[in-house]
Design a protein around this ligand. Structure first.
Ligand code: UD1
Length: 418
């Protein structure tokens, strides 16, 4: 296994480009299952998760070719509709194939993902919504079996919580249903807008993009499409926070500032100078950091996927910050590791109370999930001395060329065999 070693305390300077969004690429790739023929996706990041979903699609008989960030996919010859435990256990988002498979073929079998480091993460919303569209769901031997004779039937779906992947799953399934489906309290993340653009390019009829009420008029069949994956707002946010922690002045390009409304305001309140351009953001830290309170919320609120990273930043202030996690019940696994680097953080229910100590010191640390690992990178860039971050495979799931990008900004960072 590899580890990342960071010698902290060097300000970051320069320019880096943001990659395509992992959480947009995964549903777009799953959507190719809805229509036979060659689809073309541009700006697809090369990550462990995008490789996992292609390995999964391969088990269904899908052909694909990658040329740089361009990915071509053809699902004309589907010969298997079972997503095995081996692949699903490594990536929960594998559940995204359930809706498209059952809509196209009338049957699917997908392993139940099980719990994960940040919480129980059930898929009951996905299953109930498919039932509302006429699908029979059978849970046995650790698998979800989904079946329907003929086409899905349009219906009404309401989510208690606006779930991102459940909204995506049902959007995809409903495109091929007979009649109209209404999704109420739908998630509004930009990645869902990207998926809607792809489905519409495939011939789907969808109203309500960007809102929490989506109306899908089912069509009999869809065509292959060409689409560009939007920029990864979480990767962008992580680098902005990293500059806050390490200091310096950096421009991140190929991104959409409009997709980071909550983070940019919080970073300004924390004392950073942020300049937004059409597809770039410039960030500069010139004075001391100020503490801010954070509460994670569904989009356009503050993203739970940036909570761990902003917590690392808050440990570097001289004030008190209350960080409340409302999306996942167990998303404070990074706290114990940040404490090992000198952070003063107390957990009280769903909140972390961070007393800024103004400094961190390097230490050997390890993380249990993707964004927790990213918070350790942020902390390590600011810390005095060296930090060894083990279990790099978490970072490989979601950050393309992390070491290369940070090196280009002047960080002293390398990957080593453990
Ligand atoms: C997606 C993102 C993930 C992000 C999360 C929240 C992808 C591939 N992953 O995950 O990076 O952290 O959104 O922004 O896009 N819930 C249920 N039952 C369900 C589904 C969800 O109770 O059937 C709950 C979850 O436990 C959680 C909340 O709903 O408390 C929101 O989760 P959800 O939006 O579904 O997260 P994911 O789509 O899995």
């Amino acid at each position: 296994m590899d580890k990342i070693v960071i010698e902290g305390g060097r300000p970051l300077h320069g320019e880096i480009a943001i990659s395509g969004a992992k959480n947009a690429a995964l549903p777009l790739i799953a959507a190719t299952l809805l229509a036979p023929g060659w689809h073309t996706l541009h700006n697809v990041p090369d990550l462990r998760d995008t490789r996992t979903i292609m390995a999964l699609l391969e088990t269904f008989g899908v052909e694909w070719q990658r040329d740089g960030s361009r990915l071509r996919i053809n699902s004309a010859n589907l010969n298997n509709c079972e997503a095995s435990y081996d692949l699903v256990k490594t990536m929960r988002a594998s559940v995204l194939v359930l809706g498209p498979l059952v809509a196209r073929t009338g049957q699917a079998r997908v392993s139940l993902p099980g719990g994960c480091a940040i919480g129980a993460r059930p898929i009951d919303f996905h299953l109930q919504a498919l039932k509302n569209l006429g699908v029979t769901i059978i849970l046995e031997h650790g698998y979800v079996g989904a079946e329907i004779a003929g086409r899905l039937k349009g219906g009404t779906v309401y989510f208690d919580i606006p779930s991102v992947t459940a909204t995506e799953n049902i959007l995809m399934a409903a495109t091929l249903a007979e009649g109209t489906t209404v999704i109420k309290n739908a998630a509004r993340e930009p990645e869902i807008g990207n998926l809607i653009d792809m489905l519409v390019a495939m011939g789907a009829r969808i109203e309500g993009k960007g809102s929490d009420r989506l109306v899908i008029h089912g069509v009999e069949q869809l065509e292959p499409a060409e689409i560009e994956v939007i920029a990864d707002r979480i990767e962008a946010g992580t680098y902005l926070i990293a500059v806050g922690a390490a200091g310096g002045e950096v421009t991140i390009t190929n991104c959409n500032p409009g997709h980071l409304p909550a983070l940019l305001e919080k970073l300004r309140a924390a004392g950073l100078t942020i300049t937004e351009e059409r597809t770039a953001i410039r960030v500069r830290r010139s004075g001391p950091l100020r503490s801010v309170d954070i509460k994670t919320m569904p989009y356009p609120g503050f993203a739970t996927d940036l909570q761990a990273q902003i917590m690392a930043l808050m440990t570097l202030t001289r004030g008190l910050s209350v960080i409340t996690e409302t999306i996942f019940e167990n998303r404070f696994m990074h706290v114990a590791e940040l404490r090992r680097m000198g952070a003063d953080i107390r957990i009280d229910g769903h909140s972390a109370i961070v007393t800024g100590t103004g400094r961190l010191t390097g230490a050997p640390v390890m993380a249990t999930d993707l964004r927790a690992s990213a918070s350790l990178v942020v902390a390590a860039l600011a810390a005095e001395g060296a930090t060894d971050i083990s279990r790099v495979y978490h970072l490989d799931r979601g950050y393309e060329d992390l070491v290369g990008k940070l090196s280009r900004l002047g960080a002293v960072i390398r990957r080593e065999r453990e």
